[in-house]
Structures are given as C-alpha cells and as structure tokens.
Design a protein around this ligand. Structure first.
Ligand SMILES: C[S@@+](CC[C@H](N)C(=O)[O-])C[C@H]1O[C@@H](n2cnc3c(N)ncnc32)[C@H](O)[C@@H]1O
Length: 338
C-alpha cells in the first residue's frame, strides 16, 4: 500500500491525522517510509539531501577535537551515535581517534531505520552494535562515552499547534473533495503548553511546535547509566521560538510544499535548542553556531591550508552548504564527569 493510501485510510477512518503522526509515518513507515524504503539513495550527492558528514570528514575531525578538548587524557572511549544514517560520521571519528592512538572499545548506533542498519552492516569494517531503544544501551558506568549526533533531532516528528484567544488548537491534516487541508482541533494539552512556554507571549495565529518524541529521547539520554560522557549535537534549529512552522520537505535536493508528493520526501523540523538547553541545564551546556564548531576545532593545518579542495570543504561545512539557513545550524555540547 502506498504512503498516500495509508494516510488517506487513516483520514477516512478517524477524520484527520496530526502533523507528528503524518511525519513519523512518512519518514518511518516500515515499507514505504522515506527512511525505510529500499533502493532509493537517501542522504548524499545522489540522495535526496546532503549532510555535513557526507560532504567532508573535516566535520568529524572538528567534532572529535571538541570532545578531545574536554577529555585530553583519554586512552579508551566508547562511541555512541544517535541517528547515524549512512554511518560516515562514526567511521570517520573511529579512524581519527585511532590515528591519535586512542582505543575505541565499542561503537553503538541508535538507529530506527532498517535500511540504514543493513547498509552500515554491509559496509562497515568496524564491528558496530545497533540499538532501537536508548534504554538498551548497556555500558560499564566507569567507561567514558562520546555521544554525538548530526541532523538527528530534526528528523523526529513534532506536533503543531496554533494559538487563538488564549488557547492552543492542534493543527491536523484532513481531506475534503479530494483536496488535502489543514484543520484546527481542540487539544487537552492546551493548558500544559501555555504553562510549558509561559515565558513567551503568543499572538493569535502564532504556531508552536512541540515534540513529546524529542522530550522522551532527552529523558532517556539523561537516564543513561554512565558517569562520564561528552554529548555534542548539531542540527538546524533556533534558540527562541519562531512562532511559525519550520517543517521542511526535501526531495532530490529541492524544497517541496506539503502534499506536492508523498514518496521519496524527507520531512524535518527546526530543532528547539532552547528546550535542549533547558533540559540539560544542570550540565551547563554551551550552544554555538556550526561555523564556530568548525573554526574552533579544526587543526590549524586545515584552517590555514591553501589547498582549494580543503578551503571549499571548510566553506561548505561552516555555512555555504546551508545557503540562507547558514546561521541557523547550531551545536549544543556539554560534559558530564561525576
Ligand atoms: C537526517 S538523517 C541524518 C543522518 C546522519 N546523522 C547524517 O548527518 O548524515 C536522520 C537520522 O536519524 C535517524 N532517526 C530519526 N529518528 C530516529 C529515532 N526516533 N530513533 C533512531 N533513529 C532515528 C534516521 O533514521 C536517520 O538515520
């Protein structure tokens, strides 16, 4: 059954589908969801969109040096990536650490897509473990863990709400005379949202995105039983609510509008870094632009290089790749050392 037929069937039976469920189904349906569908390239030049680890290993080097600045004496480390996609970031980090004579005990990848699990398993020369639930991550809690992700949180579904007359209504997708349309439905969590975002003053028609899926992942990370870790995450996002939809549809490296087409489309949202920051507040996280992540952590020989290719890669991963979204690529990191 095609994705569109599945969505239409849900709308027919219950009247509508909310944005979070629509995106989760479109991205992760076992058969036709973007991240599971076999035989189509997803991430990379010949995929639907490209990410920094796919552009250059320099991105992985910068992330690893960010970690090494915090744990300069490390001799043994466990790698743990959230949402590895094709797995390039973890492989590059592994080999970069090896080149510095740092031993990698274990590589664990938190990945929901069977397509990527199969792809990495086939290609990887390094033994990797996959988990689909964060609470399945088992590690000796004396071990040091390096936890990282790139464009992971933006792939996770979010609900959308619209503010009117002191209340939030949820935005849902319905269909009328064969035309898709967005409708507003009352929600029992309106008060909870007003409370949660009480530092904001909403105006009529402001849009709020809120993902209980992200909150669940953050709370699972917080519960990880390791005493020493470094966490770094890079994503497209914002530090103050934008009051508008950040939902992006990409196919064949081009932006689409909702309902233009249903198959081979990647759906993502801007990530709320303020929420991430507040979640890990007691760990004193720091938020920087991706540009500064690269410029502060690449070895000087790359930054000063006159090699045209290296210069071009640095430009791309520190902003050019993102065009007008350049300054919105952010990185949050913190160290836990109990
Ligand atoms: C936009 S891709 C980024 C892939 C890779 N990190 C990169 O930069 O090229 C998002 C990745 O997160 C994974 N992912 C999204 N939601 C997930 C979830 N709830 N659990 C595990 N993996 C998830 C996707 O399958 C995919 O591998």
């Amino acid at each position: 059954m095609s994705l569109q037929t599945k969505i239409d069937t849900i709308i027919k039976s219950v009247g509508s589908i909310n944005i979070q469920d629509f995106v989760e189904l479109s991205n992760f349906d076992k058969i036709s969801g973007f991240y599971n569908k076999p035989n189509i390239e997803k991430i990379g030049k010949s995929g639907q969109f490209i990410t920094s680890p796919e552009i250059s290993s320099l991105f992985s080097i910068a992330i690893t040096n960010q970690f090494l600045k915090e744990f300069p004496e490390v001799k043994n480390v466990n790698l743990f990536e959230l949402g590895p996609g094709n797995g390039l970031l973890s492989m590059d980090i592994y080999y970069y650490l090896k080149s510095k004579n740092i031993n990698v005990n274990d590589v664990t990848l938190f990945e929901k897509s069977d397509y990527f699990i199969e792809k990495i398993s086939e290609k990887s020369e390094v033994k990797v473990n996959f988990i689909k639930n964060l609470y399945d991550y088992k590690i000796d809690n004396e071990d040091l863990v390096f936890i990282y992700s790139n464009e992971f949180f933006d792939a996770i579904g979010s609900k959308q709400f619209i503010y009117n007359n002191g209340n939030f209504n949820e935005i849902k997708i319905s269909k009328n005379n064969d035309e898709y349309l967005l409708i507003k439905d009352s929600t029992i969590i309106s008060k909870e949202l007003l409370n949660y975002y009480s530092s904001y003053k909403f105006k009529d028609n402001d849009i709020l995105e809120h993902s209980n899926l992200i909150l669940n992942i953050l709370s699972d990370i917080q519960k990880l039983e390791c005493k020493k870790y470094f966490f770094t995450t890079t994503d497209y996002g914002y530090t103050k609510l934008p009051f508008k939809s950040t939902l992006r549809l990409l196919s064949n490296h081009k932006k689409l509008n909702l309902f233009d087409k249903f198959e081979n489309v990647d759906y993502s949202f801007g990530v709320n870094f303020e929420l991430l920051n507040n979640f890990f507040l007691k760990n004193n996280p720091s938020i920087i632009y991706q540009k500064d992540l690269i410029l502060n952590n690449l070895p000087i020989e790359y930054l000063k290089s006159s090699d045209k290719n290296i210069r071009e890669m640095i430009d791309l991963i520190s902003g050019k790749k993102f065009g007008s979204m350049g300054t919105s690529f952010l990185n949050l990191s913190f160290k836990k050392n109990e």
